[in-house]
Design a protein. Structure first.
Length: 135
């Protein structure tokens, strides 16, 4: 993940979460990113898939529980599965809250990544542990 470590009240900040070196032999048709963010400091605004394997891939923000938000990337056409080295770059935008106090130093953290290959979910995490802390 990359993005700002210093925040100012009311500003809009964007963090980019990337997944590289995606290697699956049967074709990846969907992928879920579980991202945790500091709810004391940030309010979720929007997300976009800046880079995907093909133009048919879309991103959806599905669920949020206790500062963890699930983002799903799907190949809506089901025609362009990832079968070699693929890269996903997701931009997540937040508004900084007026109160800039938090006991937690972490601003945003990629918790887990799972994927769907054909009709079977890949249960093993493809990547995790990437976080940004406040300055």
């Amino acid at each position: 993940a990359d993005g700002p470590t210093s925040l100012a009240a009311g500003e809009t900040v964007t963090y980019r979460v990337s997944l590289t070196d995606c290697k699956v032999s049967e074709g990846l048709l969907g992928i879920d990113f579980v991202v945790e963010y500091n709810t004391d400091l940030l309010t979720y605004t929007d997300s976009v898939l800046e880079k995907g394997p093909a133009d048919t891939w879309e991103i959806y923000s599905r669920t949020e529980v206790d500062g963890q938000r699930i983002f799903t990337c799907l190949d809506d056409a089901v025609e362009n599965p990832v079968t070699g080295d693929g890269q996903f770059v997701m931009a997540i935008t937040f508004t900084v809250k007026d109160k800039l106090e938090s006991e937690n130093d972490t601003l945003i953290k990629l918790i887990n990544v799972t994927g769907a290959v054909n009709d079977d979910e890949v249960s093993d995490a493809l990547g995790n542990g990437n976080e940004i802390k406040k300055a």
